[in-house]
Write a protein that binds this ligand. Sequence first.
Ligand SMILES: Cc1cc2nc3c(=O)[nH]c(=O)nc-3n(C[C@H](O)[C@H](O)[C@H](O)COP(=O)(O)O)c2cc1C
Length: 349
Amino acid sequence: MTDTQSAKSVQALFQPFTVGNLSLANRVVMAPMTRQFSPEGVPGDNVAAYYRRRAENGVGLIVTEGTVINHPDASNQQNVPHIYGEASLKGWTNVVSEVHAAGGKIIPQIWHMGARGQVNDYTEEEIAELVRQFAHSAAEAKQAGFDGIELHGAHQYLIDQFFWDQTNARTDRYGGDLVGRTRFAVEVIEACREAVGPDFPIVFRFSQWKGSDYSAKLAHTPEELERFLKPLAEAGVDVLHCSTRRFWEPEFEGSDLNLAGWTKKLSGKPTITVGSVGLDREFTALFSDGKGAGVSNIDGLLERLGQNEFDLVAIGRALLADPAWARKVQNGLLDELVPFSPEVLQTLE
Ligand SMILES: Cc1cc2nc3c(=O)[nH]c(=O)nc-3n(C[C@H](O)[C@H](O)[C@H](O)COP(=O)(O)O)c2cc1C
């Protein structure tokens, strides 16, 4: 590839994008990454400065780290931020205004880490309370000035525990077949939509892979994926964020399309892809061997984006390693990109 071709294809990442009333300067999204720097669930000035640095350096949309709802099982980790309560919301209002001052857009990832036992243990009353708390946090996010919300429906956390047959053996309307298992998510999305109104963007993140089984699949065929996506789209989702560990992997046999590609095609909704963009190693290895990842080129990504396989591209570790990743890529400074070293997790730079 000549320099001119490569500069031209890089521009695919820096085209504006609009969905509903969410207008983004470009296609670069910061992936949600838990950092645990919010004592008592309250994000401080250091968190605001951390996100502002990414916005100043050209990230189009920031999805915050997972932020938990008000429910006894929602979090078992110290220093994970809340998305409820006066002090936390005050902290988030400050984060949002810093990011906006730098010209960026930001949405919180709303999270519940999972049932203390199994989702089968929740009674209908408790499910209704969970739905209410998701909606409450969505309303609080809007009030704090965020540009939308992302619901965390991936990675074997609560919403995904309802999706997956291995973690949902319910026989009532929240269980059963794949569509029955979307029921909880549908109620959460509908309640959030009701709480934020028709124009406030709702992104929904999901994954086939699970923390306990990387080869797990909710949908084994495009037909199953279509059945899974339809209720979510109808419930009021604007954008689907398709979490994979390697963006280049075809989701189903017989096509090169990845999960975000298939999801866009089948749902008609804009999609975000993610997984090892700009790096030579996928992210879960970090948690088993503690090792980092080297820089890799993004030609394959640019080719897919240029073909409109998906609309937006989430960047995780590369943006932890290098707050200026987007700016450097846009300016062709690929030699200056920084490899991902796990030490960056120790600080909030
Ligand atoms: C330190 C760390 C924390 C993460 N926390 C979250 C999280 O809170 N919510 C989530 O949906 N994904 C989380 N992820 C996954 C990322 O959003 C992303 O999908 C993953 O890192 C793959 O992107 P990458 O290869 O560009 O790093 C986390 C990843 C890392 C490395």
